[in-house]
Design a binder for this molecule. Sequence first.
Ligand code: SAH
Length: 233
Amino acid sequence: MRGKVLISLFIMVSLLFFLGSEEEERYLKEARKGMVELIRSRGIKDERVISAMLKVPRHLFVDKSQWKSAYDDRPLPIGYGQTISQPYIVALMTESLGIKKGEKVLEIGTGSGYQAAILAELTDKVYSVEIIEELGKRADRVLKSLGYKVKIKIGDGYNGWEEYAPFDAIIVTCAPDHVPPPLIQQLKIGGRMVIPVGPTGLYQTLWLIKKETEEKLVYKNLGDVLFVPLVRR
Ligand code: SAH
C-alpha cells in the first residue's frame, strides 16, 4: 500500500516537473522569437542571420539564474568580469561580414560561445580564441553538447591563429585600442573584419574593414559600441 502511494507520488511529481520544463521551453522559445522580431525592427535583414538567431538557444550560454533575461536585447554577465554581447550587436556584426557557406571565420573572444554558435550556423569552419581558460573550456563544452564544431584555442587573440590563416572573415568581440596588425595579415584578399576599436572603458567605434588588396584597406564606420577590452598576456 505504502509502495503504491509512493509510486503514485513519484509519477505525479515527475509529471509536474515535465510539464514545468515544457512550459519553460515554450516560454524561452517565445522570448527568442520576440528577441528576433526586435532585431529585425532595428534593421537586420539577412535571413540567414535571422534564422541562426531563431535557432541558437542563447539561454544555454548563460547561467540558469540569467535565463529570465536571456532573450532581452542587452549584454549579460558570464563570469570572470566578462559579458555575452547584446543580441542586436551580435546580429549586426555577423550580418556585416556576409559570411558564405564554407568560408573560414576567426573569432577573437570566445566568451560564452554564443557568437561562435551563430557563426557555426553559417559556415562549418569556425575558429575562436579566448584568453581566459575557464571560459574557453566552458564554451567548448556547451558548443559540443549542441553539436557545433567550433575549434577553440586558449591564447592571446591579438596574434590571431596563424596555423589556420588566412581567413575570409574575422570578428573581434573585445576592444583593442588599435587594429592588431597580425589580424590584418591573417585576412585573405577580399576578406572582411569587424572590430570595435577605442580606449578602454569608453565607447568604441565598430569598424568593418575590407582587405581589397595587400596594400588597400577600406574602413566603414558601423557606429558606437561598448565592449570589454582586449587584454594582452
Ligand atoms: N563573443 C562572446 C562575447 C565575448 S566578451 C560571446 O558570444 O559570448 C569578450 C571576450 O574576450 C571575453 O571572454 C574575454 O575574456 C575575451 N578576451 C579579452 N582579451 C582577449 C584576448 N587578447 N584574446 C582572446 N580573448 C580575449
